[in-house]
Design a protein around this ligand. Sequence first.
Ligand SMILES: [Zn+2]
Length: 336
Amino acid sequence: MDSLEIPLHLTHTLPAVLSDLESTGVREAFTTPTIIELEGRRKDPLFVSFLLHGNETTSFYVLKKLQAYLQTHPLQRSLILFVGNVYAAEAGVRFLEGQSDYNRVWLPGSTAEHDLAKRVLDHVSKGRKLFASVDIHNNTGKNPFYACINHLEDSSIYLGSLFSKTLVFFQNPDSAQSVVFSKICPSVTLECGQSGQQEGIEKAFQYLLDVIHLESLEHPSFKQEPQIFETVGRILLKEMINYSFDFSETDDPLQFAEDFESLNFGFIEAGSSFAKYQGQEPPFHVLNDNNQDVFEEYFAIYEGHLRVKKDFVPSMLTQNKDVIRQDCLGYIMRKI
Ligand SMILES: [Zn+2]
């Protein structure tokens, strides 16, 4: 291995000091990535991961609420909690310069973060059957609360539908925690809106309690049929393209509407304008799961606009230029 090993601490209690901390102080409770095993009445453990992305703080506040709850309530199901990138959380960023993204390292790889993820996976899966896996995240744009699933069998759909009737199915990136865990148990990612918002914290915490109290993931029927979307393309802006979000008097060749993020999870019809655009070449790539550019399937450049060629539903569209550069502009989905 070419980098120093990241320490992984194993404990059986949630430290009391947690109750006084904000997310940037997380290392006062957990100096390194930590696994906390708590024994409950039902023995198949629920795995929950926190702070895989250091600037997505909702999971930290869910953990604090869980600690407070367990002061006065017996635990109905065993839990294995993984507190991930405490270093990035301390700095308030997704991951630190030089680190690998903690949610892209769950398949074998060569970095210290891959090695850490492997030790976590080996530890939690050795000699026991997990009840389910829950990974808690936020996104930057305006999105409804939704859950991502990585399998289309009933137990995963049910697990996701307990959080939201809006579900997103994906299998790429295949090194994401939830994709890898979906091979060993029903697995879900919670997208709890923007980081640290109280409503998302309450909803994710209530969801955890609901799952902890479930007898099983078998169910007679859905109260409300969930809507399942599948991501079919990831929108990556080409470098050097100047763009803005207000249709103002700028000379930027690419201009999105001011309320761009409100398009998320709405239906975009063929024929509508996605952006104003002065240029000949596509300003962005739309990459499918095989990394092929399918721009032309969805968009046409026509009379100063990017016209939509085929109906789709967007998600995770963001106006945050750092996220656009580090990750992407958003995703194109279709309903399953
Ligand atoms: Zn995340």
